[in-house]
Write a protein that binds this ligand. Structure first.
Ligand code: ACO
Length: 437
């Protein structure tokens, strides 16, 4: 393979050693990140497919929403560093930015906040839908079902060719997700659903729907509300991760946005993705004491043992995840502000991080703590039950999913997603009737 990177129209030429045939493919460059080889005509011109399980070296789309430089620990949303957004912005402003490409003017911000706030209520019939679930259902199972069911309740925003309907569906999704999540929790507790309250901010409203009861209102602690808002910002989008790619793939067939987001929630649930925050806390409880850490680190390194250090490693970050740094700082400041002095799980997490980061196995493989490593500890300090950790992630990521879905629908190059395969099954053979087998 030769790369003519000096030429204005850079290209890569592939020569087939068996036939001597050559084919040339253009190299495309974005505003940031490595160039990509445009292989759309590869099969037509060479008869070859590419083979890349897990999309390790494959760009599946063009996107202008989020950029990650995994080697240098950089995360930008629409060009703005995550550190600046987490410090200075609020979640709804980040939602506006992800959806629209620019930060809002004061008037646009007021309008957007109003619009989201006034879409938070659920169709009342949905409250009966919840009652079909077992009380001990995992809240993520309820989320998959209820979000998918939204398409049966909001028929007026299902036409994906209409930009206005797409916008309404997007606003509905962002606005209703905390209500759906709050109700999933209430249902699992056997408590009555708490309706949203329009004079509250996004994070405050969500906390109230989780923790208030009809007999006792929830007193909103501004430290907790601010922390929740920051956590939502940190999880808002992360380019083409598994759940976002799932949303795009589901949507590529023209499926409605509610169904697509439900597919994204299902993908997020797995412990290798959003389910890791719940798994981290379970793992820390299992480790139990700092003296047991070396034993668990050895288990994680043992290839014959399926155990992994949950909250460690990332497909893209081969350096510190910038969100983890903010999450770790937030974790310390929140515990301090809430007056929580001894948090054994935090001590355990910090010691585990220290030991793992000094271990040759983790250094060699560039395995750093990811965003989920500290988020679980903060969630616990905020009083969020473990089964709701991944649900919180889903509430935050909804804006990323819907922004990416909108971008895909508007992309003139968009096609139905249809990967090919390396077939290794039986070659063609003749059917033998059962009596002769
Ligand atoms: N503990 C121990 N070893 C690990 C870990 C871990 N957490 N993660 C990766 N490794 C090892 C692998 O065994 C592999 O070793 P090898 O080269 O000797 O075979 C090497 O590091 C590379 O790992 P891959 O599995 O190839 O990395 P991949 O990019 O496919 O997976 C993933 C990334 C899924 C995040 C993985 O690191 C993992 O499962 N981590 C634990 C779960 C987790 O925290 N997930 C949250 C991800 S972030 C998010 O969704 C917000």
């Amino acid at each position: 393979m030769s790369q003519d990177s000096a030429a204005k129209n850079a290209s890569v030429t592939i020569r087939d050693n068996t036939t001597g045939k050559e084919a040339t493919f253009p190299i495309l460059t974005g505003t940031e990140g490595p160039p990509v080889i445009d292989i759309r005509r590869l099969y037509a011109e060479t008869g070859y497919f590419t083979y890349d399980p897990g999309f390790v070296a494959t760009g599946s789309c063009e996107s202008a929403i989020t950029y990650i430089d995994g080697d240098n620990g950089v995360l930008l949303h629409r060009g703005y560093p995550i550190e600046q957004l987490a410090e200075n912005s609020d979640f709804l402003e980040v939602c506006y930015l992800l959806l629209n490409g620019e930060l809002p003017t004061p008037a646009e911000k007021t309008e957007f906040d109003y619009r989201i706030t006034h879409h938070t209520m659920l169709h009342e019939q949905l409250s009966y839908f919840y009652r079909g679930f077992r009380r001990d259902a995992h809240p993520m199972a309820i989320m998959c079902g209820v979000v998918g069911a939204l398409s049966a309740f909001y028929h007026d925003s299902l036409d994906i060719s209409d930009p206005r309907q797409r916008m309404i569906a997007s606003h509905r999704m962002i606005a209703k997700m905390p209500t759906i999540a709050g109700w999933a929790y209430k249902y699992s507790q056997g408590q009555p659903f708490i309706y949203p309250q329009n004079n509250l901010g996004f994070a405050e409203n969500f906390l109230r729907m989780l923790f208030a009861t009809p007999c006792e209102d929830y007193e909103i602690n501004p430290v907790i509300a601010k922390t929740m808002d920051r956590i939502l910002i940190l999880h808002a989008d992360h380019e083409q991760n598994a759940s976002t790619s799932t949303v795009r793939l589901a949507g590529s067939s023209g499926a409605n946005p509610f169904a697509c987001i439900s597919a994204g929630i299902a993908s997020l649930w797995g412990p290798a993705h959003g389910g890791a925050n719940e798994a981290v806390l379970n793992m820390l409880s299992q480790i139990g004491h700092t003296k047991n850490i070396p034993e668990f680190v050895e288990k994680a390194k043992d290839k014959d043992d399926p155990f992994l250090l949950m909250g460690f490693g990332h497909r893209v970050y081969k350096n510190f995840d910038p969100r983890t740094k903010i999450m770790r700082e937030t974790c310390h400041s929140v515990l301090k502000e809430l007056g929580i002095k001894d948090e054994p799980l935090l001590d355990l997490a910090m010691e585990l991080e220290r030991i793992a980061l000094e271990d040759e196995y983790f250094i060699e493989r560039k395995l750093y703590p990811n965003v989920d490593f500290y988020s679980g500890i903060i969630f616990q300090a905020l009083g969020i039950p473990t089964s709701m950790f991944t649900v919180l992630f889903a509430v935050a990521r909804t804006v990323g999913w819907i922004a990416q879905w909108n971008e895909m629908v508007e992309d003139p190059n968009q096609k139905i997603g249809r990967p090919r395969q390396l077939y290794t099954g039986a070659a063609k053979r003749e059917y033998i009737p059962v009596s002769k087998r």
